[in-house]
Design a protein around this ligand. Structure first.
Ligand SMILES: [Zn+2]
Length: 187
């Protein structure tokens, strides 16, 4: 895994702890997770400390070796949040496709008792009663930035309040994206 560096704080790490920015053909700064967009790119951490300095310092100009581009911090934040959300959706769908995602309260509670590797996740609008039931069987769970209805749509079934993923790689990647989303929005 090649090391990347945040152009603001100079933190080094693997690709998935940064987002990447390039200048589009029409001169806008566009962002992505991973590394697909062509051209010279610049990486930045998923936190407002670094993001807010992108617009107020010249580090983007220096890293991208160009001056005349359009950059808006608010737009960038919105875009990065959308990318994180799409990435989460992709991982949930992939977990389901691989048969590593369980839904339905009964099935999830059974999994919690039997699986040592997986973790439960809940919709952001889970009912207080379901949440209380879940807390009886599991101390650890994570809240997804989706409503029950949105999760149902995504997994093509009825609304989903609680689900379980028993593949550690998916669990870790989803938790990383959730943390990154919090680091941007909770400021
Ligand atoms: Zn940084």
């Amino acid at each position: 895994m090649p090391d990347r560096t945040c152009i603001v704080c100079r933190t080094k790490g693997s690709t998935n702890i940064f987002f990447r920015m390039v200048i589009s053909p029409v001169g806008d700064v566009v962002s992505e997770l991973g590394r697909k967009l062509p051209g010279r790119g610049a990486h930045c951490c998923f936190n407002m400390k670094c993001i807010s300095k992108l617009g107020s310092s010249n580090c983007l100009e220096v890293a991208l070796k160009r001056g005349n581009f359009r950059f808006d911090t608010g737009e960038l934040v919105q875009n990065v949040m959308m990318l994180l959300r799409q990435n989460l959706e992709g991982m949930l769908v992939a977990s389901k496709r691989k048969g590593r995602l369980t839904y339905g309260k009964e099935a999830v509670f059974k999994k919690i008792r039997l699986s040592k590797m997986g973790k439960p996740f809940v919709s952001k609008d889970i009912s207080p009663r379901s949440l209380m039931n879940l807390k009886h069987v599991s101390k650890e769970f994570y809240t997804l930035p989706f409503t029950m209805y949105e999760l149902g749509e995504l997994l093509s079934r009825k609304p989903v309040g609680v689900l379980f993923i028993d593949e550690p790689l998916f669990v870790n990647s989803i938790c990383l994206r959730l943390m990154q989303g919090h680091a941007i929005s909770n400021v």
